[in-house]
Design a protein around this ligand. Structure first.
Ligand code: HEC
Ligand code: HEC
Length: 277
């Protein structure tokens, strides 16, 4: 990970390592294949760091830095403690965490959320507004240009107009049992609180930088965000959480813990209220 040398990066690596010792999970053959991006199952982005020289390479690198440290490099557009990478894991290339390479070839695209055809820039602005609870950068801003350059770079060679395996977020079938906040709480305390805190507020490193992001409360995504939908969040958790142990929750557990996470307070949907902005 690019931020491996920063303090929150180190704290995170140590915790993730300790956590990985705690509960060994047997990986079946398909999981083993799905755990890396350098295999035939999923689109393989260019290797990390293999950037072109000159202005284009510098713009792509800037976009990558914004993506990973959004609250440092695009601070004025961000209204919470999350970064793009908080949800689009492994610098935006991990399958089933809405990877950039799954998006680039499918925009412009109609979205029922705003009843219009969205450009890639408009889609990214949506994540700034809801997931980052912020004020989106204009489409022609340097910030947006850099993010888009980075998104295209990691998608180099991906087909245009096709939905690729691993794109987007998994849509889970309806759960067998109604999601239970009680089961969700027990699970959260056992499998999530180590990193995200019993109070869901995440963990900060010494310098105040976010090591593990808050999953509810004033510094998390707002009620207009995709993750404020329990099914969408459950699909993300099923494949990606606990970090480095994706696919260890059952569908039912993912629904339960998603319902529990979203039962807490968080910033209002900016479309319907200006309350907590
Ligand atoms: C709180 C979690 C969260 C954060 C933070 C976040 N996003 Fe997203 N993003 C999502 C979700 C959920 C989707 C919808 C995925 C889907 O359609 O299945 C999404 C969709 C996208 C898409 C379209 C993906 C597709 O396949 O259609 C792009 C591009 C994107 N985000 C970029 C960004 C960028 C750039 C940032 C940072 C500025 C960011 N996101 C921050 C959760 C987040
Ligand atoms: C080993 C530490 C660890 C564990 C355990 C863990 N997470 Fe995460 N989680 C992370 C990290 C780190 C990120 C952000 C990814 C990044 O920045 O690379 C994240 C991101 C998230 C996000 C999206 C960002 C946000 O803050 O909203 C949600 C939601 C989430 N985790 C929920 C959970 C749930 C629910 C569990 C338990 C089932 C869990 N996590 C277990 C480390 C962990």
């Amino acid at each position: 990970m690019t931020i491996g040398s920063t303090p929150p990066g180190r704290l995170r690596s140590v915790l993730v390592f300790l956590f990985s010792l705690a509960l060994p999970v047997a990986l079946g053959p398909s999981e083993a294949l799905a755990s890396g991006n350098q295999n035939f199952q999923f689109f393989a982005p260019p290797a990390e760091g293999s950037l072109p020289d000159g202005p284009m390479g510098r713009l792509i690198r800037k976009g990558e830095l914004i993506f990973i440290h959004t609250n440092l490099y695009a601070k004025k557009y961000v209204g919470n403690d999350l970064t793009c990478e908080s949800c689009h894991l492994d610098r935006g290339i991990k399958p089933y965490s809405a990877p950039l390479w799954g998006a680039v070839g499918t925009y412009p695209r109609y979205r029922s959320k705003n009843h219009k055809v969205n450009t890639l820039e408009e889609r990214i602005q949506g994540c700034f507004r809801f997931s980052l609870n912020g004020t989106p950068p204009p489409a022609n801003s340097d910030t947006m240009k850099a993010i888009v350059a980075y998104a295209y770079w990691v998608s180099r060679g991906a087909p245009i107009g096709l939905y690729l395996k691993g794109q987007g977020i998994v849509r889970l079938p309806k759960p067998d049992r109604t999601p239970s906040l009680h089961r969700g709480k027990v699970l959260f305390e056992a499998r999530c609180a180590l990193c995200h805190g019993l109070d869901g507020q995440g963990t900060k490193a010494d310098l105040g930088q976010v090591a593990f992001p808050p999953v509810w409360g004033p510094h998390s995504y707002n009620r207009g965000a995709g993750f404020s939908n329990v099914r969408e969040l459950a699909g993300f958790l099923r494949m990606n959480m606990p970090l480095s142990k994706g696919k260890s929750l059952s569908d039912q557990q993912a629904w339960d813990v998603a319902a529990y996470v979203n039962s807490h307070s968080r910033p209002a949907d900016p479309r319907t209220s200006s309350a907590s902005r």
